[in-house]
Design a binder for this molecule. Structure first.
Ligand code: 1YM
Length: 635
């Protein structure tokens, strides 16, 4: 018989709190939250490997929708805890248990990480932990959100060491979510790049897929991977150094594109919003290239200096820092930005010294990169002169002419409040014009398909009338010259039909913004409007609008008697006032913000999905798109 004493009741209350408010512990209960459970368990394995124990992690997606994660570290300690319970029982049932989170020198405690294995248990239908340590195999099992089904017991002998955790998420809480092989594989591949002694194996029992990641060359392989399929100017440059307990490791390589791709990590956790280490790196490379260019008479005087943006054109780089816990500072809402001031000066000096040395030793590489940077400088200065001329009135006419034909401007002067709608088709554009908010909303109708910027040459893009209109309407430049602070609008909103063509136009436009106005996306200024799919009329009541098929199904269950459902095939089928009310009016409309959480992944996806190589695209689509879910196309 189980005895419930005061401490057991407290533990159950703790786990219950997690079940009541899962979002507080794992962020959300969608796909992202579900995968958070995996990272929670995997991070314990990774910590063990970083500390020098074990070298392999295996993840299996089981047919019964549970997942198994195992490592060959020391194994979770199996001794008794002061509370009279076994250590594993404490680790998997007590919130925030695990003294290890304070003790291990490099653990990052910012953000959502490290909330503990007990949170995973609380949100699981079943959890099974098998530990190989001290010559024994020990097992403990839980059910229904962390209740002990079978306490820790020895089930055999072994010479191995390690930990294996299997859990079945409580899918009542994670409705409609399922584990994604691709998501897990991509994240684990990233860990394998950062930890060169790690091997990760991933198995999907349902689809009979497996992947294995191991990269002895670490960051060099990471940059090779980012630049895969691009024309690179030289071999990957790799350097590292260490000062005051901070380790810096950097790999970088230029390709012949205009895109900048810098990824940074601190203690193996991605710093998606950059921070002091990225600033140090950027300052370091700018100085090193300017010094080299001056020493070799490629530029003269102060006016000749290369800008940071000049030396980052076509650059792919990965920056990885190890910072002791007492120096760690994270900033920003998502704690994705490094604050640690020392990281800036240390990264800058290691970058500057190493790159300076490298350039002196590798003249050909130095000249190839500088040639590109100097061209960027010329283009940047020409663009600035053109802008200044436009401001003074000269050269203005072309821009005005391009726009006057198409753009319906907003009358308000506060750019942050103003919105630019890019509307599919002239007829919907016309409706949008009549019923917009004249003060804040501007309308630019787009005719037909937009150019695919991933396939087109820069010349084609420059000559494309539609894209020119967008560039001029926003008025903040293009490419390296783009500055979101100069934008005429606080929001740029893509409004297309809710069909396959509309989705295509969306992705073509997003590709354009990603390639040529990426800071606009990074600043959270790009949006997608979501017109309703259906209208519902019941007798003579006001029309209702329904956004998705799921919502329609739900609504239908509550309907009795006579009603009329209309499916909108396009924006043009709505009356002008309907379009405004449902899709454009602040407060009523639903906008999706386009965000860029994973720049490296976005880069590869855009290249893959919008580029000119057909086979890899087909492969990816076959693996990742579920053709039975017609609904996905609208999203
Ligand atoms: C599949 C999940 O959890 N591995 C794992 C966890 C631990 C240890 C080893 C470990 C850590 C330490 C000492 C230590 C954990 N230990 C604890 C605690 N894999 C997985 N592998 N001995 C073993 O950090 O000192 C929590 S997790 F709290 F007991 F130390």
């Amino acid at each position: 018989m189980t005895k419930y004493d005061a401490s057991s009741i407290k533990i159950l209350e703790g786990l219950e709190a997690v079940r009541k408010r899962p979002g507080m512990y794992i962020g959300s209960t969608d796909k992202r939250g579900l995968h958070h459970l995996v990272w929670e368990i995997v991070d314990n394995s990774i910590d063990e490997i970083i500390n020098g124990y074990g070298d392999t992690i295996k993840i299996t997606l089981n047919k019964d929708l549970s997942i198994t994660i195992s490592d060959n570290g020391r194994g979770v300690p199996i001794g008794m805890h002061a509370s009279g319970k076994s250590t594993p029982e404490v680790i998997y049932t007590v919130l925030h248990a695990g003294g290890k989170f304070e003790s291990s020198g490099y653990k990052v405690s910012g953000g959502l990480h490290g909330v503990g294995a007990s949170v995973v248990n609380a949100l699981s239908k079943r959890m099974d932990v098998t530990i190989y340590t001290d010559g024994k195999i020990s097992n403990i099992r839980f059910f229904d959100g962390g209740k002990v089904e079978s306490p820790l017991k020895t089930i055999g002998e072994t010479k191995k060491t390690g930990t294996t955790v299997t859990f079945l998420p409580d899918y009542e809480m994670f409705k409609n979510a399922s584990f994604s092989y691709t998501t897990i594989a991509e994240r684990m591949q990233e860990s394998a790049f950062l930890l060169p002694n790690l091997t990760v194996e991933i198995v999907d029992e349902e689809d009979n897929k497996t992947s294995k990641f191991h990269y002895e060359n670490g960051l060099i392989s990471f940059v090779d991977y980012i630049n895969e399929g691009k024309n690179t100017l030289h071999k990957v440059i790799n350097f590292n150094g260490s000062k005051n307990g901070i380790d810096v490791n950097i790999a970088m390589q230029y390709n012949d594109s205009y895109n900048e791709n810098i990824l940074s990590f601190v203690n193996n956790v991605k710093t998606g919003d950059g921070g002091s280490h990225e600033i140090g790196f950027k300052t370091g490379i700018t100085k090193a290239f300017n010094d080299y260019a001056k020493a070799n008479n490629l530029i003269k005087g102060k006016d000749g200096n290369l800008d940071g943006s000049d030396v980052r054109e076509g650059l792919s780089a990965v920056i990885s820092l190890k910072i002791p816990e007492n120096l760690l500072q994270f900033e920003g809402q998502t704690k994705g930005k490094l604050g640690t001031p020392e990281a800036r000066s240390i990264t800058e000096s290691i970058t500057y010294e190493s790159l300076k040395f490298f350039l002196e030793e590798n003249r050909e590489v130095a000249m190839a990169i500088l040639d590109k940077a100097l061209k960027s400088k010329v283009a940047r200065e020409a663009a600035r002169k053109a802008r200044e001329a436009a401001r003074k009135g000269t050269g203005k006419s072309n821009k005005e002419r391009v726009l006057s034909e198409k753009l319906t401007k907003a009358t308000g002067k506060d750019w942050k409040k103003n919105e630019l709608f890019l509307v599919e088709g002239d007829s919907a554009g016309g409706s949008a014009k009549t019923f917009r908010n004249r003060e804040t909303q501007a309308i630019l109708p787009l005719r037909g398909k937009v150019l695919n910027c991933e396939k087109a040459s820069n010349h084609d893009i420059e000559a494309n009338a539609e894209l020119k209109q967008i560039e001029y309407a926003i008025g903040a430049g293009l490419g390296a010259d783009f500055d979101p602070e100069e934008s005429n609008y606080g929001k740029v909103i893509i409004m297309t039909d809710a069909d396959v063509d509309g989705s295509h136009i969306q992705i073509l436009l997003i590709t354009f913004f990603y390639r040529f106005m990426r800071p606009l996306i990074e600043a959270g200024m790009l949006y997608i409007a979501t017109p309703p799919l259906y209208s519902l009329e019941i007798g003579n009541k006001d029309k209702e609008y329904i956004a998705t098929d799921e919502e329609l199904e739900e609504r239908k269950k509550t309907l009795k008697g006579n009603y009329k459902i209309q499916r909108f095939k396009g924006l043009g089928e709505m009356d002008a006032d309907e379009l405004y009310k449902t899709t454009m009016e602040p407060g009523n409309r639903r906008l999706w913000r386009v965000n860029l959480t994973d720049a490296a992944l976005a880069e590869k996806r855009i290249h893959l999905l919008m580029g000119d190589q057909v086979e890899p695209r087909k492969e990816w689509i076959n693996e990742n798109v579920d053709f039975t879910l017609e609904d996905d196309f609208r999203k």
